[in-house]
Design a protein around this ligand. Structure first.
Ligand SMILES: NC(=O)c1ccc[n+]([C@@H]2O[C@H](COP(=O)([O-])OP(=O)(O)OC[C@H]3O[C@@H](n4cnc5c(N)ncnc54)[C@H](O)[C@@H]3O)[C@@H](O)[C@H]2O)c1
Length: 324
């Protein structure tokens, strides 16, 4: 259970790309708490300076302001690194439909730059962020690795391409890569602002400000909302996984199924707000239901998520109440 008991060689150095973002900053925090060294590479395009500044007094933390689209930056960032946790990318399905070229450069070329840099510098493990969006229109539930459908957005395509490149780097160059197919991760420091914000922090912020949230569609869509500590566990366990488990992608979720409308009323109840939502049109590129079979990650990574949706959402609510 969990990850705090995991042991890495003394003086291990982790490179977290996208470490000023939501998942990346949680990874940095966990690794520093466990007593290991962290280097964060981030261009602060969607991440926040405050997230990097959280750790600035910790001598084991180093921040590099840089862009993964620059190959030289990636090679320099990998100097002396044991484990790469590559999170840097732009998220959001609708934004990728507006900016396909940017997404191809940032999310695909950026990832290949990082794979190449990790290969050149001989890093031990390359763990990277993929996404449940690679399942596309595959209708069967739960989603299972090896059973993917047609892709529904440029964002999903970038993540599929990243997985294929990572597989190649394992096959041809022996770089041990592990893909994390995250399913709707939520928790502290997830950005509640902007048109492309994820639904949980967005609802929380609006409700705390007595604003009326808009639900896209009828609210009956379901997701395997995954508390961020589970994603941290998966990344750290992948760093200790066997060579045989490399070159693969893994569902990283809790294995539950939450309906958006239930989450909405759960939040209003927890916050004591009597606010009815407005309903808007479905978003293009969205799928109706998505929940995960996590047996592959359990079997090959030893992933054993500690945080149910209920446990995670209670912690998230507390955090947003104190920090917004
Ligand atoms: N949050 C989720 O539910 C979820 C679900 C599926 C996949 N993912 C993936 O997980 C990763 C982390 O997502 P997040 O939710 O923490 O997003 P985020 O936007 O909070 O973090 C991404 C970070 O990457 C940085 N970044 C982006 N492009 C960069 C570049 N070219 N060079 C350097 N840094 C760059 C941003 O500044 C940001 O700090 C992403 O790869 C995302 O696609 C997230």
């Amino acid at each position: 259970m969990g990850y705090r008991h995991l042991n890495f060689p003394k003086d291990s150095l982790f490179l977290v790309t996208g470490g000023a973002g939501f998942i990346g900053s949680n990874l940095c925090e966990a690794i520093l708490d466990m007593g290991y060294r962290v280097r964060c590479l981030d261009d602060l395009s969607t991440g926040k300076k405050e997230n990097a500044e959280l750790f600035k007094d910790n001598p084991w933390y180093e921040f590099i302001l840089g862009d993964i689209k620059n190959p030289e930056t990636c090679v320099n960032a990998c100097e002396g690194v044991d484990y790469v946790l590559h999170q840097a990318a732009w998220g959001s399905v609708p934004r990728s439909i507006e900016l396909p070229l940017f997404y191809a450069n940032n999310n695909i070329i950026g990832t290949v730059n990082m794979l190449e840099a990790a290969r050149i510098k001989g890093v031990k493990k390359f763990v990277y962020a993929s996404s449940s969006s690679v399942y596309g229109d595959e209708p069967n539930l739960p989603k299972k690795e090896g059973r993917e459908g047609n892709l529904l957005s440029p964002y999903a395509l970038t993540k599929r391409a990243d997985e294929e490149f990572a597989k190649m780097y394992t096959k041809f160059y022996g770089l041990e890569t592990y893909g994390m197919r995250y399913f709707n991760v939520f928790g502290r420091r997830q950005d509640p602002n902007g048109a492309y914000a994820a639904v949980i922090p967005k609802f929380l912020k609006m409700l705390l400000n007595d604003e009326v949230p808009i639900i896209n569609g009828d609210g009956k869509q379901s997701r395997d909302f995954t508390y961020v500590e589970n994603a941290v566990e998966a990344n750290l366990k992948a760093c200790l996984a066997s060579k045989e488990a490399a070159g693969e992608a893994y569902n990283i979720a809790y294995g539950g199924r939450e309906y958006l409308i239930d989450i909405y009323y759960g939040l209003t109840k927890a916050l004591g707000k009597d606010i009815e939502p407005h309903f808007g049109p479905d978003r293009p590129g969205d799928i109706k239901h998505s929940n995960a079979d996590i047996s592959k990650a359990r079997r090959l990574l030893g992933y054993d998520p500690d945080y149910s949706f209920e446990k995670g959402i209670a912690l998230a609510i507390e955090w947003y109440k104190e920090n917004l």
